[in-house]
Design a protein around this ligand. Structure first.
Ligand SMILES: [Mg+2]
Length: 136
């Protein structure tokens, strides 16, 4: 699946700390055949890559970065250069998840122990199993 992760409060705290289990989760997802995309409503595709993906050592796991549409989500995808279908979104904000499907993650604001990505990974695996068992 094409799995889209938000940045702020999803994989990154406002104190600049990377959420616990991000790398491990990304590694598992890539190994299991998924493609990871990172997008942000307050950054451009370029700054998502240069300020988040590269400095936090996530480059090997990430297929592409985008600016996330903040309204008219589906309609704005082509204008923002999003040329793949988001199959599963992970976000701390409900709207994106409601539009594209996925799962709401517990907001991560600053460095602290957190294992919500375990729940997210389980949900992605469950969604994968469901989509694979659907007859074509
Ligand atoms: Mg967010």
């Amino acid at each position: 699946m094409n799995i889209f992760f938000d940045v702020d409060e999803t994989i990154l705290g406002y104190d600049g700390s990377l959420r616990p289990l991000v790398k491990q989760t990304f590694e598992s997802l890539v190994q299991e055949g998924h493609r990871i995309y990172i997008w942000s409503g307050v950054r451009t595709a370029e700054t998502v890559r240069s300020e988040v993906v590269e400095p936090y050592g996530l480059t090997a796991y990430v297929t592409a970065c985008y600016q996330k549409p903040r309204w008219d989500h589906r309609e704005l995808l082509p204008r923002l250069g999003v040329d793949v279908e988001p199959d599963f979104c992970v976000d701390d904000y409900p709207e994106i998840v409601e539009v594209f499907g996925g799962i709401l993650i517990k907001p991560y604001q600053r460095e602290r122990p957190d294992a919500d990505l375990e729940r997210v990974l389980a949900a992605i695996r469950a969604a994968t199993a469901t989509s694979q068992s659907t007859p074509i």
